[in-house]
Design a protein around this ligand. Structure first.
Ligand code: FES
Length: 232
């Protein structure tokens, strides 16, 4: 069931990434997501957005502007209401040992909470070359300033990871990056970003191919052991 909550922040981080915060208390696992929508609007569908930051009484989301729905979210101001339902999805498992977190673009968002929970981790973020100004990259750095961070601009971020140092790898981002990550480390978990309609297992729009047949990313994922996934 959806809830109407108050927005406390909706800030521009880069030309296409915004940080939105709501004042509400939720119990959330890293890797889970909420469905968000503006009240009284032509925005027809809720948008699935992963949880980025969490405090006792607030939840923060880092989201990419990629269509009409997120353009509408971008216009919201602090003090306005937002409709949310969630949290949904399985989230990342508890990682033992040393953990590498590898995020491509906005795939960095769900990994921040994992980095906060696991002090024996390093977060690697890959950003496209020439996409962001120095100031925008600085803004991203600031968001992650309290975790061990490595940002690579241009090229392939996984080239910077010494995989043999790590016991477990969590990754989120473009499929090709996650597939290649899984080829480099046997104990990799991927967070899939399939298109979603309902977010609650009812519409099948998020289905993905796995070794055990089709699975719903919103309900049985979004986190899967990489060895389960049949990459396209
Ligand atoms: Fe509808 Fe997953 S989004 S079943």
């Amino acid at each position: 069931m959806y809830q109407s909550v108050v927005i406390t922040k909706n800030e521009k981080i880069t030309k296409d990434i915004y940080y939105l915060e709501i004042k509400e208390t939720y119990k959330v696992k890293p890797g889970q997501f909420f469905m968000l929508k503006k009240e009284n609007t032509q925005m027809t569908l809720y948008r699935p957005i992963s949880v980025f930051r969490l405090t006792e009484n607030s939840v923060g989301f880092l989201y990419l502007i990629r269509g009409t729905g997120t353009k509408i979210l971008r216009e919201l101001k602090a003090g306005e209401q937002l409709l949310v339902h969630g949290p949904y999805g399985n989230g990342f498992p508890k990682a033992e040992g040393k953990l590498a977190l590898i995020g491509g673009g906005i795939g960095m968002a769900p990994l921040y909470l994992c980095a906060r929970e696991n002090t024996n981790s390093t977060l690697y973020i890959g950003l496209r070359e020439n996409l962001y100004t120095d100031e925008e990259v600085q803004n991203i750095r600031k968001l992650f300033s309290d975790v061990s961070l490595h940002i690579k601009i241009g090229g392939t971020v996984i080239d910077d990871v010494e995989f043999e140092q790590y016991d477990t790898v969590f990754t989120c981002g473009p499929s090709i990056m996650m597939k290649k990550t899984a080829e480099r480390h046997h104990n990799t978990y991927v967070s899939l970003e399939n298109h979603m309609g309902c977010g609650i297992g009812a519409c099948l729009s998020c289905s993905c191919k796995t070794k055990q047949g089709m699975k719903k990313v919103c309900y049985e994922g979004p986190v899967f052991q990489a060895t389960e996934v049949e990459w396209e």
